[in-house]
Design a protein around this ligand. Structure first.
Ligand code: MTE
Ligand code: MO
Length: 197
């Protein structure tokens, strides 16, 4: 693991081309949750995609684990201004989960155990841009960070990466999720600083 002195860190902070505007680097992994941490046993866990026709496709934990698993190296950026560069995750690509889903809707509502929701355009979940992640830095994802599994959409601010993910519902319109109803941007591109309304 790389260790940086504070001096190096602060020089890097200003000049790093990998750091979006207004962000600073952190070596810790802050926990940001709007409510209590749900505890879901993998034996009870499921993930579903629900389309506009009412068709529901559900995966159990074992079914998820039987799908192709990908290693993901990526930077993450929280709207509260911390960023982590070069994080390592394992998960299943949303391309795999959407492969046989028949939908004409352009938007999704991501739904979590515990009631959290966030809206993401479908195209931002496809083409290698999003995963259901269940490992972080080689370890099972901590419950505080969304374990057993969370959405990982690293090109958007991290509030879009719903912890304790339970399902995705297709929407014809871009309806606001939890934080989006409370002043956060509908899209959340860190490079354009789309933080709030
Ligand atoms: N279910 C759920 N997912 C969530 C949140 C939450 O409160 N509940 N917070 C979001 C926000 S605002 C951020 S910044 C990240 C924080 O993830 P972390 O706690 O693993 O750092 O999770 C996002 N996903
Ligand atoms: Mo956040």
């Amino acid at each position: 693991m790389a260790v940086f002195s504070r001096g190096f860190g602060s020089r890097r902070r200003e000049s790093d081309p990998e750091l979006p505007p207004g962000q600073y680097l952190t070596e810790d992994f802050p926990v940001l949750s709007a409510g209590p941490t749900p505890r879901i046993d993998t034996a009870d866990w499921s993930f579903s995609i629900t389309t506009e026709s009412g068709q529901v496709t559900t995966w159990s934990w074992d079914q998820l684990m039987a799908l192709p698993i990908e290693d993901v190296h990526t930077d993450i950026h929280c709207v509260t201004r911390w960023s982590k560069l070069g994080t390592t995750w394992r998960g299943v690509s949303l391309d795999t989960l959407f492969a046989d889903i028949d939908t004409s809707d352009a938007y999704t509502m991501v739904e979590s155990y515990g009631g959290y929701t966030t809206n993401v355009p479908l195209e931002d979940l496809l083409d290698g841009k999003a995963w259901i992640a269940f490992e972080f830095e080689g370890e099972p994802l901590d419950p505080e960070h969304g374990g057993p599994a969370r959405l990982l959409v690293p090109h958007l601010y991290f509030w879009k990466s719903a912890k304790w993910v339970h399902g995705i519902r297709m929407h014809s319109d871009d309806d606001p999720g939890f934080w989006e109803q409370n002043g956060y941007n509908m899209y959340g591109d860190p490079w354009k600083e789309q933080r709030y309304w």
